[in-house]
Ligand binder design. Structure first.
Ligand code: SF4
Length: 874
């Protein structure tokens, strides 16, 4: 097998698999037509989504192209065979360990890993190399939830299920933009609300799409979540809501209350009326689910915030029963699987504890391994610090892009560039991290991989291959096992993921004997190929929910309320007076290595931006659609200004998706400090202190092109369009000759030119046989044009390509809102203005908007809301 190239031979097939993006873990049905065509639908039989799917899932078929894929192993940029590449990794790891000890090497892996990949990586590192220096990018996502669970429950256990959000009478969403980040679960909540009147409270400093349709939005002071839930704890106790029947199952009430009483209402930044409404609603509703996500976890006190939430559920006994409980949403499709299988530096497999000698001995015995790691390894941020300081000398990064996503990303990139030995496994040939690798290994991607994943509600599902691997791409588990064998280790000779999974289920039986909650031993003899979605525990014990009758995994079996001394982020300084919040947008995933390929996913928001309050913008001299230069002590970024009263003054927001390939000055994590929670090690990615000033643009430009262009100017961002590419550009000085400059950019002479020097306008078009190949519109002001219309002209006969907008008989649809049905903002506003579409349902009927995946429905509702308010005011 080794070194054998394979061509991508397509077979006609239909398989049930899972979406590779968020932690909802939707089932999808993938059909391959045998000629390279793929269609994707929501799986009607998967319990997580029952056929629903969001826009990212719906566009999956557009992302399975081989364009840009890494097809063969590379050493120093030169193609080699698998044996040579694997030999080199094994040799460099072995040499480094021999000279500097096992802690001088590390693996950095990913929530995109399948559980079987994780199992092999963890076994290699902790059981055979003898170091726990393996961590996962899930550290950036939900490590504080893990730490909070372990402090309160004695185990990393999510007590409830998604259906609890449907059965609840009150759903509290804190630090979670569920509508954009977990859209299908949001749709389930909204459907339950329509059916049974569920109340919804959103706690978020920012007004997000999730607020539309909520009963109450609490614009909490950033970082004040600990104070808010401390106040709730006191309110619950003072109003007699300590559950007397549940009290024997918990401990620590008095200490938690004492700490909580230090929190003040004024710390929350909420109005007294809003605060009272929240406290009263939560206290008065037995069936309450508190859903939390990155807004809680990504904080320098994230673990405390998690425990402040858990305290309230433990005090009232609102946990582990139908329609109630705390609920942590994971970001990635298999973040939960990584937690279960020991992907984190501070855990053994199957929720066993690295600090526990009996657990270590049991795992070592099971693996028959020569050693076992005896203490926690380095967590993500510390791991890259160790690389920088030369303590880690050989690093293998699989399926993730830390040169973009780690805080202080520029510093991480420099550390990687200086690392003695860096191997990277990826599906893409060119990522910010792959560019720095000594050895680059082609991995199989979604659609080619076989294994299992666990979603946020502990449901294990199969991910099944329906496409052949392109070129020489190989699964991650295989790459890791081959290196292990080359290092002389026994126990890595599986022939496929089913064997790895069975070994894992057997280890879980042993773990269950040691008291672990994680037991999937009942799946040992399951038909792996046809495994249906199943919730753990699935062994000797089985339960849909945990802790309804106590039974915590602490030494005394009682849940622990943890005293939380809540604190706010440090004050900003005169030099860095703004507090930048970072996060995701609706249609992109992580560093866009896949979603960035689908043109329709770039139509919604195709450029890095800074969402900033108009008052902040005015005082900084920033006009709409100009560019802002955002600087922190760690780096800088140039971002498009988006004026918005959805963010509070002083607290702008910027998304985290752009990279050196798509917008080199839009890498937002370059701004974020490497401040971490002291318990979980999770970075505080939502509160970077920054300064903001106008970027001194002498010119702005918008371009469309059939071919991928490589601009040479201070600012550029590019995204896919249906017929090619969109580009936004700007520079600090105009070139001496625009015709020469655009000729160099497009690699050919323009065929049409238009210049209005008085207005500072330059426009050029490039045609071949009358068909538009590209066009660029340059101005001294931000360019206001019908962008999607212009992109739609690419490759077509264009009569007036430099007009920049459609003729009077062709109304401009405006920026895309519904990416499935391609319905633009202007079209929606026109429909609202003529009074024919006063509801989301009516808009769907009239325009089709929101009738496919439903991801845009909150935005449609917000547009209707704003329109009706405007009408009422007029
Ligand atoms: Fe995929 Fe969307 Fe489902 Fe998340 S909600 S798993 S992104 S289809």
């Amino acid at each position: 097998m080794i070194g054998q190239a394979s061509t991508r031979t397509h077979l006609e097939t239909t398989v049930r698999t899972t979406c590779p993006y968020c932690g909802v873990g939707c089932g999808v049905v993938a059909a391959s037509d045998g000629k390279g065509g793929v269609t994707i639908m929501g799986d009607p039989d998967h319990p997580a989504n029952r056929g629903r799917i969001c826009i990212k899932g719906a566009a999956l078929a557009e992302t399975v192209t081989t364009t840009g894929r890494l097809m063969a192993p590379l050493i120093g940029g030169a193609e080699v065979g698998w044996s040579q590449a694997l030999d080199l990794i094994a040799e460099r790891f072995a040499q480094t360990i021999a000279r500097h000890g096992p802690d001088s090497v590390a693996l950095y892996v990913s929530g995109q890993f399948l559980t079987e990949d994780y199992y092999v990586a963890n076994k290699l590192m902790k059981g055979f190399i003898g170091s726990a220096n393996i961590d996962t990018n899930s550290r950036l996502c939900m490590a504080s939830s893990v730490a909070g669970h372990r402090r309160a429950f004695g185990s990393d256990t999510v007590p409830g299920q998604y259906e609890d959000l449907e059965l609840a009478d009150l759903v509290v969403l804190v630090g979670s933009n569920l509508a954009w980040c977990h859209p299908v679960l949001h749709q389930r909540v909204m459907a339950a609300r329509a059916e049974r009147g569920t109340k919804i409270i959103v706690i978020d400093p920012r007004w997000t799409a999730t607020c539309e349709g909520a009963d109450l939005h609490l614009p909490l002071a950033p970082g004040a979540d600990g104070h808010l839930f401390n106040l709730l704890l006191c309110h619950l106790y003072d109003h007699g809501l300590l559950a007397s029947d549940f009290a024997p199952h918990v401990t620590g009430v008095d200490a938690a209350l004492t700490a909580a009483r230090a929190s003040r209402a004024g710390d929350t930044g909420l109005s007294p009326a809003d605060l009272e409404r929240f406290l009263t609603l939560w206290a008065g509703t037995e069936k309450v689910v508190t859903v939390y996500s990155q807004g809680i976890n990504q904080s320098e006190s994230g673990t405390d915030k998690v425990n402040a939430i858990l305290n309230c559920h433990l005090l009232t006994g609102r946990i582990g029963r139908l329609g109630m409980g705390p609920f942590s949403m994971t970001g990635q499709p298999n973040a939960m699987g990584g937690r279960e299988v020991g992907g984190l530096a501070n855990m053994l497999a199957c929720h066993l504890e690295i600090e526990n000698p009996a657990h270590r001995a049991a795992v070592q015995g099971f693996w028959a391994s020569p050693v076992i790691a005896e203490r926690s390894g380095l967590k993500a941020v510390d791991m890259f610090r160790a690389v920088e300081e030369g303590r880690i000398k050989a690093l293998w990064i699989l399926h993730t892009n830390p040169a973009v996503t780690l805080p202080e990303a520029d510093r991480v990139a420099r550390a990687l560039a200086a690392c003695d030995f860096l191997a990277v496994s990826d599906i893409r040939a060119d990522t910010d991290t792959a560019r720095l690798a000594h050895v680059l290994l082609p991995a199989t991607g979604w659609g080619e991989k076989d294994g299992t994943v666990t979603n946020s509600e502990r449901m294990i599902s199969r991910q099944r291959a329906f496409l052949p691997a392109p070129g020489q791409a190989r699964p991650d588990w295989w790459q890791l096992a081959e290196v292990a064998r080359r290092m002389g280790f026994q126990g890595f000779d599986w022939t496929g993921p089913a064997e790895i999974f069975r070994e894992y289920t057997r280890l879980s039986a042993l773990a269950a004997e040691l008291g672990s909650d994680f037991d999937i031993s009942g799946l040992t003899d399951a038909d792996y190929d046809h495994l249906e979605p199943v919730t753990w525990p699935h062994g000797r014990a089985s339960a849909r929910r945990f802790f309804g009758d106590g039974g915590f995994h602490t030494p005394d079996g009682r849940g622990r309320l943890v005293p939380v001394v809540a604190r706010l982020p440090d004050a900003t300084t005169p030099d860095y007076p703004f507090r930048l919040n970072t996060g995701r947008i609706r249609d992109q995933w992580h560093t866009m290595t896949r979603t960035g390929i689908a043109p329709r996913l770039s139509q919604h928001l195709g450029e890095p931006f800074l969402e900033i309050h108009p008052a902040d913008a005015a005082c900084r001299g920033l006009g709409p659609a100009t560019l802002a230069e955002v600087t922190s002590p760690h780096g800088s970024a140039i971002l498009r200004v988006l004026l918005s009263d959805r963010v509070a003054p002083g607290h702008p927001f910027a998304p985290m998706h752009w990279t050196a390939q798509t917008a080199p000055t839009g890498r937002v994590d370059a701004l974020v400090p490497a401040l971490t929670d002291p318990v979980s090690g999770q970075p505080a990615s939502k509160s970077a202190a920054v300064s903001i000033r106008p970027f001194p643009a002498a010119w702005y430009a918008f371009a469309v092109a059939r071919n991928d262009l490589n601009p040479a100017c201070e600012y550029w961002a590019k995204s896919r369009a249906a017929g090619g590419w969109h580009l936004e550009l700007a520079g600090m000085a105009a070139p001496a000759d625009w015709t020469d400059w655009v000729g160099a950019l497009f690699g050919t002479e323009p065929t049409v030119a238009l210049s209005d020097r008085a207005r500072g306008l330059q426009r050029f078009a490039f045609t071949e046989n009358g068909l538009l190949q590209g066009a660029i519109f340059i101005s001294t002001e931000p360019v206001l044009l019908a962008r999607s219309y212009l992109a739609g002209l690419l490759g077509k006969l264009a009569e007036r390509p430099l007009a920049g907008r459609p003729g009077i008989d062709q109304p401009d649809p405006g920026p895309t809102i519904c990416a499935c049905l391609n319905v633009g903002l202007n079209t929606i506003l026109r429909s609202l203005a003529d009074g024919t579409s006063p509801s989301v349902r009516a808009l769907g009927k009239a325009l089709g908007a929101g009738t496919n995946c439903g991801s845009c429905r909150p935005e449609l509702a917000a547009l209707i809301h704003r329109h009706s308010h405007r009408e009422a005011a007029e």
